[in-house]
Design a protein around this ligand. Structure first.
Ligand code: ZN
Length: 198
């Protein structure tokens, strides 16, 4: 990493973004574990929607993990954080707008806040509150994956439904179909086009 937080005073917000398989959760876990090694009290939150792996853990694709508190909305974070110096938030793209105020509040109270999330949705458009979090952050790291088609640097998350590229109006959360994601470069990304007929 080009930047490494070592000491913070007066609070600090850092944001880790990137496409799917860029190692965001892995980097969040790495920073949290390093804080714990330094005897800093750390806690991680994630939204209830994410149950890909273990319900009460943040797990990266390579299987490393830390314990996490699953919450329904960002306001709940306020109930848990008093005793902690370092606050991790994973899958931040799924949180409500309130998270922006919560995060500012935590940093203003002297805490280090580490946020990980997808910067773009499957359409290649800014994802939820992530752009706002990037704007208020003290530091931002954009991670990349490797394009599964051509091997170039990947910044896009290609969504496939039953092995075909998803179209623009497919719902963000889809139940009952076979859904997969691939990291792809801008050239290989099959950008869903907005329909102008309706
Ligand atoms: Zn490519």
């Amino acid at each position: 990493m080009k930047f490494e937080m070592t000491k913070y005073e007066g609070g600090w917000i850092e944001v880790i973004v990137g496409c799917m398989f860029s190692g965001k959760s892995e980097e969040l876990i790495r920073r949290i574990k390093r804080a714990i090694i330094a005897n800093q009290k750390a806690v991680v939150f994630k939204p209830k929607i994410d149950n890909r792996y273990d319900f009460n853990k943040v797990v990266s694709h390579n299987g490393i993990s830390v314990e996490a508190i699953v919450i329904n909305n960002s306001n709940e974070i306020r109930n848990y954080v008093n005793d902690y110096e370092v606050i991790g938030i994973d899958e931040a793209q799924f949180f409500d707008n309130e998270l922006i105020d919560v995060v500012e509040e935590l940093a203003d109270n002297g805490k280090r806040v580490i946020i990980a999330g997808l910067d773009q949705d499957f359409r290649g458009e800014p994802f939820g509150i992530i752009p706002n979090l990037m704007a208020i952050a003290d530091s931002v790291d954009k991670l990349h994956a490797i394009c599964v088609i051509c091997g170039a640097v990947a910044t896009k998350s290609q969504r496939l439904i039953n092995d075909k590229p998803a179209s623009y109006n497919d719902p963000i959360i889809l139940v009952g179909s076979k859904e997969t994601y691939q990291p792809r470069c801008r050239k290989c990304f099959n950008k869903p086009i907005k329909s102008h007929t309706n």
